[in-house]
Write a protein that binds this ligand. Structure first.
Ligand code: ATP
Ligand code: ZN
Length: 283
């Protein structure tokens, strides 16, 4: 049995639950439950505050956990990151009052910076040889300059709209972060086997998310050119259409190159292009 810690409620909760579901793991999430057990995988799930997860994993209270890299690095516990999960993306940034002149890190010298990330903020400042006064607060960091508590903040940003509404501007990015799977450092063979079983499923889910299945019709005299544009898992599938002189081509396209390829395929003579999501992808 593996013990997994995920956030009880907050920004990572829903995506963590969705990942388990997509991995085919059934868990009932009773409201206000502290823990639950999967019905079809040897997994126990603990619902915790995200800040506590690295400590619990270090102490083997949980074997693995889902948490933001920002928390992993801030807490600086002895755990291993085993997989990035592709959600909860954000950055840890320093922001100052919008009207203020900012010419570089040195502008922070002697200032007061409010943050919930004292460890990472201090490390960034010392790497840049800046001496500033760090004021640790646990929430609503963005209002600190407005109420005269600090001159600047170091906080998580995703769209930047919170900074904007509070009259702040982002000036330095300390860290880019996303949710990751962490594990305790002392696993026995049985735990390694179970983790690998889970990782096999996570890889299939991640790959499927990044790829689309594509079907199109191609005139036979353009087939070579069109096939040349398509990678496919091995090579594209080509099937004759009832209409003589035409074929149906099936392949898999990566999200990153998706629109570019579609344009090229159309220019090359492809018609009736269908794009379908993939549920799982095992390569
Ligand atoms: P908890 O009650 O579990 O302590 P919290 O209030 O500390 O929750 P959330 O605000 O739910 O935490 O954020 C959890 C994680 O989501 C963050 O640590 C970060 O990794 C990620 N995240 C992604 N985008 C943002 C954002 N714009 N602001 C804050 N966190 C974000
Ligand atoms: Zn938290």
């Amino acid at each position: 049995m593996l013990k997994l810690a995920i956030q009880k409620s907050g920004r990572l909760h829903d995506d963590s639950m969705r990942l388990l579901k997509e991995c085919g793991i059934n868990i009932s999430n009773g409201v206000n439950k502290l823990k639950t057990e999967a019905s079809n995988f040897p997994l126990q799930v603990f619902f915790l505050r995200d800040d506590d997860i690295p400590q619990y994993v270090e102490d083997s209270v949980a074997d693995i956990g889902v948490v933001g890299e920002n928390v992993v690095y801030e807490k600086n516990k002895s755990v291993d990151i085993v997989e990035t999960l592709g959600f909860g993306r954000c950055r840890l940034s320093i922001a100052v009052v919008r009207g203020e002149q900012y010419t570089g890190v040195q502008s922070l010298h002697g200032r007061k910076i409010a943050t919930s990330y004292p460890f990472l903020t201090r490390r960034f400042l010392s790497e840049n040889k800046v001496q500033a006064d760090i004021h640790e607060i646990s929430g609503s960091v963005e209002i600190a300059p407005g109420i005269g508590l600090a001159d600047a903040i170091c906080d998580l940003v995703s769209s930047g709209s919170t900074l904007l509404t509070n009259g702040l501007k982002e000036v330095e990015t300390i860290l880019h972060s996303e949710a990751v799977l962490i594990r305790n450092k002392n696993f026995n063979d049985a735990q390694v086997r179970l983790l690998n079983k889970l990782l096999f499923r996570i890889h299939a889910v991640k790959k499927a998310r990044n790829n689309k299945y594509i079907l199109l019709n191609a005139p036979n005299d353009k087939l070579d050119e069109i096939i040349g544009l398509l990678p496919g898992m091995k090579s594209p599938t080509v099937l004759p259409l009832a209409d003589k002189g035409w074929s149906s081509v099936h392949s898999v396209l990566n999200e990153d190159e998706f629109w570019e390829k579609i344009e090229q395929l159309k220019t090359a003579g492809a018609q009736g292009i269908l794009v379908v999501p993939i549920e799982k992808m095992i390569v």
